[in-house]
Ligand binder design. Structure first.
Ligand code: PSU
Ligand code: MN
Length: 316
């Protein structure tokens, strides 16, 4: 396991006025990633999704902080024109994980942050809650292809709300890694680890909770005893758009063998597979992906509100 190093990102951080105000008041803030905007979804759904995520977070009284790299800065909260420029897929944006920060910041390359990249930036910004669709993990074809999301989760004290790990992955191997890394997996109103587009995986969670307050209690105990990892809160995708695991598995297998034939590797694997699964499922996976992202952001906002210190009543 990598030894935690305190990163020195302060001089690169650029806060939006809304996020800056919320953080200075200790008000609830939810970090949102942008690799999903730049590499996970087609245009124009990617921009619309980011707007919908912001709306969902605000509707539960929290401030959204979309994180992305623009002009050599790590933006914590994006203005509308900034978001539009990241969502413009004809521009050359990079997928930003841990190893990409130095390159992108020094060469002023714009980029969408993955779960790993967003954890790094959110931690530096002092944000404690983060919502995403599905984390990366151990790939099926090559057990050497392990997403940088996993080691980052082991050293980032944030509550990460997601629908498990992407079903294109080897889920049992991903859970084994998270166990080694000491990341507690909390099922939100479920006892089963969700498989991204699917509600079922046949795999268990470490604990199941019903409310945001229970999540916060576990997180406070974890960090309170000095443990430093993320808490992974896994939420099943909404039933109305979820795709049954048995139905999507053959589509995933086909996409995986295409990736093998085309020798797709590195950071391109996950975007390729998501795109092919979308096409081969006639858009069913995309519909599920969008609705689970919004649902996860809503739950993250409720958790952030529970975690934030309660405003003190002014004495007169
Ligand atoms: N959630 C989604 N769509 C995505 C992702 C998450 O609904 O595209 C992104 C996340 O940013 C995650 C990345 O970190 O996919 C994983 O990429 P890789 O397997 O190359 O680490
Ligand atoms: Mn990889």
């Amino acid at each position: 396991m990598t030894k935690p190093i305190t990163l020195n990102l302060k001089k690169y951080l650029s806060f939006s006025p809304e996020v800056s105000k919320a953080l200075s008041r200790n008000a609830p803030v939810v970090a949102l990633e942008t690799a999903v905007v730049t590499h996970g979804l087609p245009q124009p759904q990617n921009y619309q999704l980011a707007k919908d995520l912001e709306k969902a977070v605000k509707s539960y009284g929290a401030t959204p902080a979309i994180i992305g790299l623009l002009d050599g800065k790590i933006h914590i909260g994006l203005s509308d024109p900034e978001l539009k420029s990241l969502a413009n897929l004809s521009q050359n944006t990079r997928k930003i994980s841990r190893r990409d920060f130095a390159i992108a910041l020094s060469q002023k390359i714009n980029g969408g942050t993955t779960v790993a990249g967003t954890l790094i930036a959110a931690k530096a910004a002092g944000i404690k809650v983060f919502a995403t669709g599905g984390i990366g993990g151990v790939h099926r074809n090559s057990h050497f292809d392990i997403s940088a999301d996993l080691p980052e989760l082991s050293q980032s004290p944030l509550i990460v709300v997601c629908s498990g790990a992407k079903s294109i992955l080897d889920l049992p191997a991903t859970l084994e890694y998270l166990e080694t890394a000491g990341v507690p997996i909390i099922g939100y109103q479920t006892t089963e680890f969700p498989a991204f587009f699917s509600r079922e995986s046949g795999l268990n969670v470490d604990a199941s909770v019903e409310t945001p307050a229970e999540v916060v209690e576990i997180a406070k105990a974890h960090w309170g005893i000095g443990l430093n990892s993320a808490i992974l809160v896994v939420v099943p995708p909404p039933a109305s758009t979820a795709v049954p695991h048995a139905q999507i598995e053959s589509v995933i297998e086909n996409a995986l063998s295409e990736a093998r034939e085309l020798k797709i590797s590195g950071a391109k694997v996950t975007p390729f597979l998501l795109q092919r699964v979308k096409e081969l499922s006639n858009g069913a996976s995309l519909e599920s992906n969008l609705s689970l992202l919004i649902n996860n952001a809503s739950i993250a906002a409720q958790i952030a509100s529970e975690l934030a210190p309660k405003p003190q009543l002014q004495s007169v």
